[in-house]
Ligand binder design. Structure first.
Ligand code: CAA
Length: 290
């Protein structure tokens, strides 16, 4: 923990990404308050911390001392004000809906001290769409982690047109300090680096599937056993959330009008059926028997 002026972190949203982002900071020695409006999700996040840390110790991947300290570093509360009032950095990881993010950032702007940096973990919403609701646009940026956040090393930091270089650099250094490999995007670009590349792969995989050329299992096999990816695109969509694939596609389609971004029929079907992947127990694959 070596970033000047950064001691307390607040993570808003304890879901798929937030609970692990919060733990990344706690393990690295930061004091973390993790908050969510959903009690069940928050309890699940706390239970995860209670099982994950001892498991790491049992596996020989973490010392007992680090695990104990990490658990002591992290707390969970439904009270946003309590969670954010003394934060030096806030990382927002709530639903991928712009109006909700704007509402939250306006609240955070009121709650947090003037020096607090407000970062969004959004997968595709650039922070210039959020920053104007605050009185501190120069302290708003994207800090984008990958799923599962405890494992994936990359963090994308986006230096938006409103973000000060100093703030973007601080977030870059913070990512490094918690053992991640940050990359700096000098300009805002939709989908940043990774999701642009991933979207191209997913679009092609879905097109081949919708054409009836091959099953999703076989397309996944092709990507794993020929391209060497750790998991195929369908398995990965299940991990990151089919709801997210739907939201990203819809937002991109509405923004560009380009039909190639429109969510494919199978994504729409699964979105409507709430077959969102691991988080709902079923996506392309079934996780209820795991
Ligand atoms: N949470 C925390 N840790 C996890 C985990 C999870 N959900 N899943 C696996 N791990 C850990 C395991 O504990 C294990 O750790 P150690 O080796 O230190 O003991 C390690 O990861 C490997 O796990 P497994 O052996 O069980 O499984 P694996 O080798 O199949 O790896 C995986 C699992 C890490 C998820 C791997 O399949 C992988 O890297 N998949 C690709 C993930 C990916 O591409 N992520 C980016 C998605 S894009 C995104 O996130 C952008 C966005 O905006 C949505």
């Amino acid at each position: 923990m070596t970033i000047p002026g950064v001691n307390n972190i607040c993570v808003v949203g304890a879901g798929n990404m937030g609970h692990q982002i919060a733990l990344c900071f706690a393990i690295a020695g930061y004091k973390v308050k993790c908050t969510d409006i959903n009690e069940e999700i928050l309890k699940k996040a706390e239970n995860f911390a209670d099982t994950y840390l001892p498991q790491r110790v049992a596996k020989g991947k973490m010392t007992e001392e680090v695990a104990k300290q990490a658990r002591a570093n992290i707390s969970f509360t439904m009270d946003l004000k309590e969670a954010a009032k003394d934060a030096d950095v806030v990382v927002e990881a709530i639903l991928e809906k712009l109006d909700l993010k704007r509402e939250l950032f306006a609240q955070l702007d009121e709650i947090c001290p003037p020096h607090t940096i407000l970062a969004t973990n959004s997968s595709f919403i650039v922070s210039s769409k959020i920053a104007p609701v605050t009185k501190r646009p120069e302290k708003v940026c994207n800090m984008h982690f990958f799923n599962p956040a405890l494992v994936m090393k990359l963090v994308e930091v986006v230096n938006g047109p409103h973000t000060s270089d100093e703030v973007a650099q601080k977030i870059f250094d913070l990512a490094k300090d918690i053992g991640k490999i940050p990359v700096m995007l000098k300009k805002e670009i939709y989908g940043f680096l990774v999701n642009r590349i991933l979207a191209a792969i997913n679009q092609e995989a879905l097109y081949i599937y919708d054409m009836g050329v091959a099953s999703y299992e076989d397309i996944d096999k092709a990507v794993v056993y020929a391209l060497g990816h750790p998991m195929g695109p369908f398995r990965l969509m299940d991990l990151t959330g089919i709801d997210l694939s739907y939201y990203i596609g819809m937002e991109r389609y509405q923004e560009t009008g380009d039909p190639k971004h429109k969510p494919s029929p199978i994504i729409v079907e699964k979105f409507i059926k709430k077959e969102w992947g691991e988080k709902t127990g079923k996506g392309f694959y079934d996780y209820t028997k795991k």
